[in-house]
Design a protein around this ligand. Structure first.
Ligand SMILES: Cc1cc2nc3c(=O)[nH]c(=O)nc-3n(C[C@H](O)[C@H](O)[C@H](O)COP(=O)(O)OP(=O)(O)OC[C@H]3O[C@@H](n4cnc5c(N)ncnc54)[C@H](O)[C@@H]3O)c2cc1C
Length: 440
């Protein structure tokens, strides 16, 4: 066919990055891949979701970064697809467009009073402590005596753990200074982690629970009564070794004597949130026993952080299934009704839904890349597409953060860290990032 296959990937999280890597590896020399990212920074939730005290997991940015060093792959940060450039325009410029835009919205609890001040999706809190440039979190809410984290997945444990990290522990991370200041001095004394079902259905991993059990900054408390299971439930556990291990860890925590630390984290299972009560701010969270809804209890709380899952958001110009909150597809090819949309693909959380670890996106990306490559011959328009996208972006005044500019942001973050005896401190203000990138 005589010219390289041109692919646009929208989103530079793990799914988009892995997809670019696999396409670069498997399409031979004849491929060029542009990865568009709405933020000036790459890596999606690896930078803005994975907890800052999990630097080992975060170190995957080293290998994700290598993908963008390839001469076949370009990073175009600070470009929002849907407003700076449309999906239609990308489809005119590229043979294939892969949507890897993740799942940025929170799933609501759907209970009365959820709109009260103080009930804030855990994702907002995570984005704030991760230094996401769009994050808003009212730190005065940290004056509450008790905070409740709703949900029993790893994100819920991340949030609870970050609320009790000591200033020294926080200084070993890359979180911005204002985050350390707010987290070091906050007044929350008790953090309740609330699960709808019994402990045998908790979604967090044993590894995360063991880590939480050892935090310096709080007593972790499980009332032994929470772990009493009926025979039927015991039979359920018996056939599931990972669940058995998790329950054994919870039991060990329940058997420990609290150390009288200034903060505590308490697990409450079998509780369904049924409402929030307060004038304009939440004061009370109403919970019903899931196994017996006639038992209702009120838990005083000035901060409630629901961590019960995510949803994707529609990108203008791309089909979206509101019911499932994802882009519909057949074998990674985006569909509109019964029809496959030529040259449009999907990968990652926006394809599968918000589940799975970083590595899960690699398998997902290999399926999507395989679909692109299987279609490649038919995709390549003989006239060669509409030329480079750069002119269009420039004509619109879009200030693209390319890979070398991102490297300049990284350097600025290391310098900021060195100035205060830390390895690195994240820039969190978009304007400051652009100054560091040399394009403000
Ligand atoms: C709080 C939290 C903690 C987690 N911790 C871990 C962990 O410790 N270990 C682990 O293995 N997994 C963890 N995960 C899961 C992991 O982060 C996900 O599996 C993974 O990030 C999903 O990849 P993705 O590329 O689909 O989405 P994302 O990582 O969300 O990437 C999507 C990217 O698309 C960009 N984008 C969105 N819209 C546009 C647009 N219109 N134009 C251009 N760009 C756009 C976004 O800015 C983002 O960079 C965690 C998830 C969360 C939410």
């Amino acid at each position: 066919m005589g010219r390289a296959l041109k692919v646009a990937v929208v989103g530079s999280g793990p799914a988009g990055a892995f997809c670019a890597e696999i396409l670069a590896d498997e399409a031979g020399q004849d491929v060029s891949i542009d990865v568009f990212e709405r933020l000036p920074t790459p890596f999606g939730l690896v930078r803005y979701g994975v907890a800052p005290d999990h630097q080992k997991i975060k170190s995957i940015v080293g290998s994700l970064g290598e993908i963008f060093e390839s001469p076949k792959v370009r990073f175009l940060g600070n470009v929002t697809v849907g407003s700076d450039v449309t999906v239609e325009e990308l489809r005119a410029h590229y043979d294939a467009v892969v949507l890897a835009v993740g799942a940025p919205l929170d799933r609501p609890l759907g209970v009365e009073g959820e709109g009260l001040r103080g009930v804030i999706a855990a994702r907002n809190f995570v984005s704030w402590y991760s230094g996401h440039p769009d994050a808003t979190f009212d730190t005065s809410l940290l004056a509450a005596d008790r905070a409740v984290v709703v949900g029993v997945g790893n994100v819920a444990l991340d949030v609870a753990r970050m609320l009790v990290r000591t200033p020294d522990e926080l200084r070993r991370t890359d979180v911005p200074a204002h985050v350390i200041e707010a987290l070091a001095g906050h007044r929350v004394r008790e953090i309740c982690v609330v699960g709808r079902r019994g402990p045998e259905f908790a979604k967090f991993t044993n590894k995360e629970l063991l880590e939480l059990a050892e935090v310096e900054g709080a007593d972790v408390i499980v009332d032994p009564a929470e772990l009493v299971l009926s025979e039927e439930r015991q039979a359920y556990v018996a056939g599931r070794p990972p669940v058995k291990r998790l329950l054994a860890t919870l039991q060990k925590i329940a058997d420990r004597k609290p150390q009288g630390r200034s903060r505590s984290i308490r697990f409450l299972f079998d509780r369904t949130p049924v409402g929030f009560v307060g004038e304009s701010s939440v004061g009370v969270m109403r919970l019903a026993r899931t196994s017996d809804p006639t038992i209702v209890e009120d838990l005083g709380a000035g901060l409630v952080l629901p961590a019960v899952g995510y949803r994707s958001v529609q990108i203008t110009g791309a089909p979206f299934d509101d019911g499932i909150g994802r882009i519909p597809h057949r074998d990674s090819r985006v569909t509109d009704g019964d029809e496959v949309v030529d040259g449009l693909y999907v990968v990652g959380w926006v394809k599968r839904g918000p589940s799975g670890v970083i590595g899960t996106n690699r398998l997902c990306a290999s399926e999507t890349a395989a679909a692109v490559l299987a279609d490649a011959a038919a995709l390549r328009a003989p006239e060669g597409g509409a030329g480079p996208i750069d002119d269009l972006l420039e004509s619109r005044g879009v200030r693209v953060v390319d890979w070398s500019r991102w490297r300049a942001i990284e350097t600025a973050e290391r310098e900021l860290g060195a100035a205060c005896g830390r390895e690195r401190v994240k820039l969190y203000d978009r304007a400051e990032m652009l100054v560091a990138a040399g394009i403000a």
